[in-house]
Design a protein around this ligand. Structure first.
Ligand SMILES: C[S@@+](CC[C@H](N)C(=O)[O-])C[C@H]1O[C@@H](n2cnc3c(N)ncnc32)[C@H](O)[C@@H]1O
Ligand SMILES: [Zn+2]
Length: 549
């Protein structure tokens, strides 16, 4: 490569991808380039250039020597993994969960066909129904057969992994998910697709899995409304999936399962609110509950995108794990339901002093003759200054204000993983996480962190069970959130929450020196609690999933 690598080229590389692992020759080249052209480029750019030098290594052998590949065993798959193609062992949890979720989705789909909810071959978006030269309505002949993984079933589920790297996830779908018609394993990196093909052959899945080289959005758009459209689409990018959502929600078959990962957590959690708005349509903000907000921002974005095409989503599982969030949503089509979508959005008023939050729905229903219509909600739901600490609010939204999970589906996945433990290395974590999810209060968005509540008034931290007991003794509902440790979800109001803190402070006083007049802590503690608080141990304060763990 010439030392005169142009900045515009580097910019293009920035947009392409980022990864690591330099061979010695690339290191030398890279060092020369760095000296000449890149002094002022951020570290991420440098990593991207490293990637390209490595993967396109100029000796013409992109993937290097097969003997240098690692062999990865995960689930039932055994794949070859060269250093220049993405692989993250930490995401085995996410892949295990996805395999289990997709396997359960297939069963649900089959049941829906039996129940007559969908006819076989009738999954296509209504926009394309009647376009008979583009679709078929073939019937299958395996109604009484025991459906197996690894076998091809005509007119059953088709899966697209749009961004596949080495194809590990798709190979696992092929070997572990029963009732599949075909799996397309796509990546826009030639080196990745070469290794995908090798891995398909290695796992003897040529009859079921096809490698594909292309831009994921393009592949989705090309499939739209044809026999080739997909029932399951997996979007697992570096960073934000925003650019793929439009194609995904349009092209997926009616009732299909869309699985989306975001790793740009900093953006979603308020580090760059303006980038969050540009990607997802919502200003993010910093808060104790930002991990759940990240999920709500993503779901809002998918729903808004789907609504443009008379489609809407139903979240099945929305999960935050490690450094990413991932949602599994079904995509349906209905002009009537889309009209109701405004009821699923809300704005959050977040106090910048004490962190109290109030969710206000975007819209409300009002009766109209024998029906109703949807109008904007009244507002604001809070005063100019926070009634607890006298600070101002930030308004954040719109965000998804509806349920995050389908608990029946979550329980089905738990049972499936329990019954097939040997196939899932991370089964303990999946069952623990999904149990927490199944116990989450579905209609109490966001959560409090006890640590942050106590910090706000300078008192020592209260135990989670103590806090939960106080809420339960006062008659409120309470659960944890899977998204954060020591989190509290409840239907109690901000005032009730602060009353519990105030009552605790009376038993364990804050140091007066730290209660500067006019400060957040002083303002909160200057009010007497109204709620009758008891810290007696409540039997419900120990959640089932915690007991099991
Ligand atoms: C995070 S990795 C995928 C990991 C994989 N799903 C797994 O489970 O191991 C992201 C992959 O997306 C590919 N990629 C990035 N942008 C793409 C695009 N527009 N179309 C297709 N592939 C893309 C990259 O080459 C990379 O291999
Ligand atoms: Zn406040």
């Amino acid at each position: 490569m010439s030392h005169k690598l142009r900045s515009s080229r580097i910019d293009a590389l920035v947009r392409c991808c980022h990864s690591v692992n330099l061979c010695q020759k690339s290191t030398m080249l890279f060092q020369s380039i760095s000296r000449l052209r890149l002094q002022s480029f951020p570290r991420r750019t440098i990593r991207i250039v490293q990637f390209h030098i490595n993967c396109n290594s100029f000796n013409g052998n992109k993937l290097g020597d097969v003997s240098e590949y690692k062999i990865i065993n995960e689930g039932k798959a055994e794949i070859l993994q060269p250093s220049c193609v993405f692989y993250n062992p930490v995401q085995e949890f996410g892949r295990d969960l996805t395999v289990a979720a997709v396997a359960n989705f297939v069963q649900i789909r089959q049941q829906e066909i039996k129940d007559g909810k969908f006819k076989k071959g009738q999954y296509l978006t209504k926009t394309f129904q009647g376009n008979s030269d583009r679709r078929s309505t073939k019937e299958t002949s395996h109604d009484d057969e025991i459906i197996q993984a690894g076998k091809k079933y005509e007119n059953e589920i088709s899966i697209l992994e749009g961004l596949s790297a080495s194809g590990l996830r798709s190979i696992r779908f092929g070997l572990e998910v029963p009732g599949v018609k075909r799996i397309v394993t796509n990546d826009f990196d030639k080196a990745a697709v070469d290794i995908i093909q090798k891995n398909i052959e290695r796992n003897k899945l040529d009859h079921l899995v096809t490698s594909s080289l292309g831009d994921a959005s393009m592949v989705m758009h090309m499939s739209k409304g044809t026999d080739e459209a997909f029932d399951v689409i997996d979007v697992d990018p570096y960073g934000s999936p925003a650019q793929f959502l439009d194609a995904a929600v349009q092209s997926i078959n009616e009732g299909g399962l869309l699985c989306v990962t975001c790793t740009d957590m900093a953006v979603l959690c308020g580090n760059n609110p303006e980038s969050c708005r540009a990607r997802y349509g919502t200003m993010s903000h910093k808060s104790s509950y930002c991990k759940e907000m990240a999920l709500r921002i993503l779901l809002q974005s998918i729903e808004t995108t789907a609504n443009k095409y008379t489609r809407y989503i139903v979240p099945m599982i929305s999960i935050r794990a490690d450094f990413y969030i991932r949602v599994f949503v079904r995509v349906f089509e209905s002009a009537e339901k889309v009209k109701l979508s405004s009821l699923k959005f809300g704005n959050v008023y977040h106090c910048m002093g004490c962190g109290s939050f109030t969710l206000q729905k975007l819209a409300r229903k009002i009766p109209k003759r024998n029906a109703f219509h949807i109008v904007a909600e009244y507002g604001p739901p809070v005063s100019d200054k926070c009634e607890h600490c006298n600070q101002r609010h930030q308004v954040v939204g719109p965000v998804w204000a509806d349920r995050l999970h389908d608990v029946d589906f979550v329980n089905k996945v738990i049972n499936y993983v329990q019954e097939n433990k040997d196939d899932f290395q991370t089964h303990r974590r999946i069952m623990g996480m999904l149990s927490l999810i199944s116990e989450e209060l579905q209609d109490s968005p966001m959560y409090y962190l006890i640590e942050d509540l106590c910090k706000a008034v300078h008192i020592s931290q209260m135990k989670q069970q103590m806090f939960m007991s106080a809420l339960l003794n006062a008659g409120f509902e309470v659960s944890m959130s899977h998204a954060e440790q020591n989190s509290i979800k409840t239907n109690a109001s901000n005032r009730d929450i602060w009353d519990i803190i105030r009552s605790w402070e009376k038993l364990h006083p804050a140091r007066q020196l730290r209660l500067v007049p006019g400060s957040v802590a002083a303002n909160i503690l200057s009010q007497d609690p109204v709620l009758d608080v008891s810290f007696d141990q409540h039997p419900g304060a120990k959640q089932e999933s915690k007991k099991a763990a």
